[in-house]
Design a binder for this molecule. Structure first.
Ligand SMILES: Cc1cc2nc3c(=O)[nH]c(=O)nc-3n(C[C@H](O)[C@H](O)[C@H](O)COP(=O)(O)O)c2cc1C
Length: 261
């Protein structure tokens, strides 16, 4: 039989707190709170039985922020966001603002088509970073570096950095290039450098999933777009795994920060 607890600390950061509704929480650990309390546990969410349905609370918040001109990084970003959502995360998929002149975009049909395809996708804001427990940043490799569009967004974070808002949150990076040795790792490492300055927890992929043995990049998910090809199933599976991993680690780190929302 489950233990039933009044409000108070249960250990490992879990505690029963007073709630405004009277539903009986069903907790994975087998610990149950009094009828007028809920259990806060340092995992991603707790499912409450409420009539027939379930109400997830305390979802970890993940912001997937990227730049993409011809769609490859966008496809990785979408897969990564899907992976985080599969873990129960509340996800914001955002693009950074385009800075390239109209004539450059119009001269490339793939760039033009992608710009139109994502017109409704919201632009990233600083609030997305403040809101998030974890963030993933994606950019095409441009001469071995992230695109200026992403850098421009990152360069606006001085105020958040000064307030320490970005410290102790989890960050990870991903990219696409057109050649195997064209700078995939260099781009990811360059993005990660910003995370060091913020005091964020840098999350690499390692070889933590079989899909990475096929894609072969432990730094972050990536795609080598030969002849303009789109990310294949292995690349997308790796990105999804990166999203799941980010959500899990960000949830664990949030519980250590103790500033749960
Ligand atoms: C200005 C520019 C610089 C690039 N530099 C590199 C590079 O250094 N190495 C590489 O392999 N590919 C390079 N590429 C190719 C892109 O990284 C590649 O096409 C990528 O898949 C584009 O991603 P997207 O479809 O998300 O825009 C470059 C492309 C452009 C337009």
């Amino acid at each position: 039989m489950d233990e039933v607890h009044p409000p108070g600390q249960l250990g490992h950061g879990s505690r029963c707190v007073r709630a405004d509704w009277t539903i009986r929480p069903v907790i994975r650990s087998g610990v149950t709170c009094n009828t007028s309390t809920i259990l806060l546990i340092p995992t991603m969410f707790v499912n409450f039985t409420l009539n027939e349905g379930t109400v997830p609370i305390m979802s970890v918040r993940i912001a997937v922020i990227h730049y993409s001109s011809t769609g490859n990084v966008y496809r990785l970003a979408t897969a990564l966001a899907d992976g985080a959502a599969e873990e129960g995360a509340d996800v914001r998929l955002r693009k950074v603002r385009e800075l390239a002149p109209e004539e450059a975009i119009s001269s490339n049909p793939r760039w033009l088509a992608h710009r139109d395809a994502v017109a409704e996708l919201p632009d990233a804001t600083l609030d997305d970073l403040e809101w998030a427990d974890g963030f993933a940043f994606g950019s095409p490799t441009r001469f071995g570096l992230p695109a200026a569009q992403l850098k421009q967004f990152l360069d606006q974070t001085g105020g958040l950095w000064a307030r320490g808002v970005l410290a102790d949150k989890v960050g990870t990076a991903f990219t696409s290039a057109s050649t195997t040795h064209g700078g995939l790792e260099a781009t990811i490492l360059a993005i990660n450098t910003v995370l060091y300055h913020w005091g964020s927890i840098v999350l690499p992929l390692g070889y933590t999933d079989d899909a990475i043995k096929a894609t072969g990049n432990p730094y972050g998910s990536s795609w080598v777009s030969q002849k303009g090809s789109s990310p294949d199933d292995d690349a997308l599976a790796t990105a999804r795994h990166q999203g799941r991993r980010l959500a899990r680690v960000a949830a664990a780190v949030r519980s250590l920060r103790g500033d749960g929302h």
